[in-house]
Design a protein around this ligand. Structure first.
Ligand SMILES: Cc1cc2nc3c(=O)[nH]c(=O)nc-3n(C[C@H](O)[C@H](O)[C@H](O)COP(=O)(O)OP(=O)(O)OC[C@H]3O[C@@H](n4cnc5c(N)ncnc54)[C@H](O)[C@@H]3O)c2cc1C
Length: 464
């Protein structure tokens, strides 16, 4: 099929007004929120540009577009709102860019079962506001709530700032509908659990658009908590903070908020610290008696390890600015400025050494290397590293970012850690996916072969 034939077929499927081959539209979909892509944009580079941008409004239109792509063996890459910070929606082999931002509509609320179903292109903050007006909340709050779609959350295996109580997207959803590579439409989910073979809904969670296109999502909803309590603690050292978090997780407490900042990041987060020391934020919520009890047990654990309560103001201030990403964005907007976020995970036993080695190895690559731990589990935690730097030119900034990724990934693999906790593979981690998954990569390859034999769905991602 020639480009003209493909464009005409797409125009028949979704209407000419929803198909664009303009430079502006193609350029706009050649950069996501990955800092490397931001520097490419500054340099006027578009290494991963689609041939055509298509806007779709329902599952049938998506199926029609995927059928055209399948018949012509043309790559098709889904795009939610492009908030990926790892290059996930960048179409490395060109082809069709499937923009899902018009895949919106009135959600359906199920008050008995505490569920809401909405089209996959709905913006997270729009759904949250709609629910708030009806006395419910998602309790799913990624920092990108205002700039990402609910389908994007599924495709990237996203998590939110309240995950230690409410879980990642894999816990936050009941099921979803999707269009597969052959254009068929499927529903995957369990009501609320099943032992009828594997849990098939897990397949597309985190698949980065490589196994199918999510068209609608059914998420859990909650009544707002009766009581919310927050505290900040100063710590003698980072290790005691890690021990406190481990004990909190292992005795079965479920804080809605846990954030342990190293001294370098605490200097940014907590105002008026005379000399920066690590700081731990804790928050509990729910029925008043339960929140009170959980807080009092957690406080005893923290104080048992020398933590000093400095009140709730620092936590409340952070809650008020928790969607602000301007430090990174402003730096990226300046000539030669660069910033990166690298989130990884490991077991409790491995975290202190992995953290220390990452800080040492990354220190020469940026002006500041900040670290925090903010998603805890009984067995381990995430670690989020923020790097801020200035180079003489954007070209040098790009080189720094590439070295940062290579350095961080090698350190994490050397410590048997997880190379991504929630931002996913995208292009940033493409070179390390196989080593990270080990023998499991064979399973991923076989699923891909079965689900998408012509490899048309977002090719060049997840190590494939
Ligand atoms: C400031 C900021 C803060 C962030 N904070 C968080 C955070 O707290 N937690 C977190 O997990 N992530 C976070 N992210 C990363 C990002 O927002 C998430 O990964 C988000 O889920 C991406 O959603 P999106 O709709 O923008 O998807 P896009 O960026 O458009 O796409 C991401 C990937 O998903 C695929 N995709 C998108 N929609 C679909 C669909 N319907 N069906 C199939 N595939 C699809 C794309 O092909 C691509 O591979 C943050 C990003 C920014 C910029």
């Amino acid at each position: 099929m020639s480009t003209t034939e493909i464009t005409e077929a797409l125009q028949r499927a979704v209407g000419p007004e929803n198909v664009s081959v303009s430079e502006t539209d193609r350029d706009a979909h050649s950069h996501d929120s990955w800092p490397v892509a931001s520097v490419w944009a500054k340099l006027g580079r578009h290494p991963h540009r689609p041939d055509v941008v298509v806007h779709v409004k329902d599952a049938n239109e998506i199926a029609a577009v995927v059928n055209i792509a399948s018949n012509g063996q043309i790559p098709v890459t889904a795009w939610g709102l492009g908030s990926s910070v790892t290059g996930q929606p960048l179409p490395v082999r060109g082809g069709i860019l499937l923009d899902l931002s018009k895949l919106v509509g009135e959600p359906v609320l199920d008050e008995i079962n505490h569920l809401v179903t909405a089209p996959a292109g709905v913006r997270g903050s729009d759904l949250e506001a709609w629910l708030n007006g009806r006395g419910f909340t998602l309790n799913f709050s990624p920092q990108s709530l205002f700039r990402s779609t609910i389908g994007g959350w599924v495709a990237t295996r996203a998590t939110g700032q309240f995950s230690s109580r409410y879980g990642g997207i894999e816990n936050a959803l009941l099921g979803y509908d999707a269009v597969l590579a052959d254009g068929s439409i499927v529903s995957l989910g369990q009501r609320p659990r099943a032992a009828m073979g594997p849990d098939l809904k897990q397949i597309l969670i985190g698949s980065e658009g490589t196994f199918g296109v999510v068209t609608s999502v059914t998420l859990k909803v909650y009544r707002p908590a009766q009581k919310r309590l927050t505290d900040a603690f100063e710590l003698d050292d980072l290790e005691s903070g890690l021990t406190i978090m481990r004990e909190i997780a292992q005795v079965g407490l479920r804080p809605f908020l846990v954030r342990l900042y190293d001294a370098d990041e605490a200097a940014h987060v907590v105002q008026n610290q005379p000399s920066p020391v690590p700081v731990l934020f804790l928050g509990f919520e729910g029925e008043a008696a339960v929140a009170d009890a959980e807080r009092s047990i957690a406080t005893a654990i923290a104080e048992g390890h020398g933590a000093r309560n400095i009140g709730s103001d620092p936590v409340e201030a952070w809650l008020g600015r928790r969607f602000d990403f301007s430090t990174v964005e402003n730096l990226l907007a300046t000539p030669g400025g660069y910033a990166e976020t690298v989130e990884v995970a490991n077991l409790w036993g491995a975290l202190p050494e992995m953290y220390a080695e990452l800080k040492t190895a990354l220190a020469p690559l940026a002006d500041e290397v900040l670290g925090h731990f903010s998603h805890i589990y009984e067995q381990g935690s995430s670690l989020y590293i923020i790097l801020l730097g200035r180079a003489d030119t954007d070209e040098l900034a790009l080189a720094k970012l590439e070295t940062i990724w290579a350095t961080a990934m090698e350190v994490v693999l050397a410590h048997d850690g997880e190379i991504s906790h929630h931002h996913g593979g995208g292009l940033a981690r493409q070179a390390w996916v196989r080593r990270s998954l080990g023998s499991g990569f064979r399973v991923l390859e076989r699923i891909k072969l079965a689900m998408d034999p012509k490899s048309i769905l977002n090719p060049g991602k997840l190590g494939m």
